[in-house]
Write a protein that binds this ligand. Structure first.
Ligand SMILES: Cc1cc2nc3c(=O)[nH]c(=O)nc-3n(C[C@H](O)[C@H](O)[C@H](O)COP(=O)(O)O)c2cc1C
Length: 255
């Protein structure tokens, strides 16, 4: 079994980097082969743009999806995208490790999705959701927030973090992953006065231990339910009798 841990944080001494390294050790202990990819350290270019596709189907106007598919069909995908695709396809478990920045993932991680989840080989209208190319594989969002758990709760001031993460979870589902319930560590802040630093360090040590204990049993980790293609009338609109799983796809009269 193989795991891929994708780290999206600019500082190698950060708590996020710590969770990535510790998580990798835990999984190796469980005899998984683990690749840790540090997107910042690699200088990953998050911009999907024309210069990544020098041999074009439509030279006059850049259409990202068309050119991704064309590059893939002609074995012309950029070398970094090919490397990432290789690691992604080889993995049985993928962990995206990142801090919440402006209520979303850092731009470098969003750009990884834009460039590496290539239209054509990674998804198309026939291969998506439960028929997606990554079916049978698991994906986990491991996220830290600066705000407290109370502020990140359903009725909290910052907005429910799980809800904020839904577009990312749905993107992973789109390419076929079984998406694990996100793992969150809240209240990860620096700049505390010296007397509070010890309490902070202890809280982070406890959070790390909790994460590793859960990771040791990752196969039992709860999975997020999604609607299947059959739940949509004409493949488009949620059937009246279908259960609502997504906070963004719900029955018209659900309020
Ligand atoms: C650009 C930026 C935006 C941020 N936006 C949020 C946010 O929307 N919500 C939040 O709770 N914390 C936010 N934070 C705080 C980070 O989530 C927090 O610093 C991080 O989770 C701590 O982990 P680290 O020590 O590994 O960096 C933001 C931080 C930065 C630098």
């Amino acid at each position: 079994m193989r795991a891929l841990i994708l780290l999206a944080h600019p500082e190698p001494r950060s708590f996020n980097a710590h969770l990535a390294v510790q998580g990798a050790e835990q999984l190796r202990h469980d005899h998984l082969q683990v690749d840790v990819v540090d997107l910042y350290a690699q200088g990953f270019d998050p911009l999907e743009a024309a210069w990544h596709h020098p041999r074009r189907l439509q030279p006059e106007r850049f259409d990202a999806q068309c050119e991704q598919r064309y590059s893939a069909e002609h074995d012309q995908l950029p070398a970094d995208v090919q490397r990432h695709l290789h690691l992604l396809r080889a993995a049985d478990l993928v962990i995206l490790q990142f801090p919440l920045w402006w209520f979303a993932a850092p731009a470098i991680l969003k750009g990884w999705l834009d460039r590496v989840l290539v239209y054509g080989p990674m998804y198309n209208s026939r291969q998506r959701h439960e028929h997606g190319v990554m079916q049978g594989k698991r994906a986990l969002l491991s996220v830290t927030t600066g705000s407290s758990a109370r502020a990140c709760a359903v009725d909290g001031r910052e907005g429910d973090t799980r809800l904020l993460l839904w577009p990312l979870m749905y993107s992973l589902r789109y390419i076929g992953f079984e998406v694990m319930e996100p793992h969150m560590v809240h209240g990860v802040r620096s700049g505390h006065a010296a007397e509070r630093k010890q309490a902070r360090d202890e809280a982070l040590a406890t959070a790390t231990r909790n994460y590793l204990e859960r990771l040791a049993r990752w196969r039992q980790w709860p999975i997020v339910p999604f609607n299947d293609s059959g739940d949509f009338e004409d493949g488009v609109v949620l059937r009246a009798e279908a259960t609502t799983h997504s906070p963004f796809i719900r029955h018209r009269n659900d309020g």
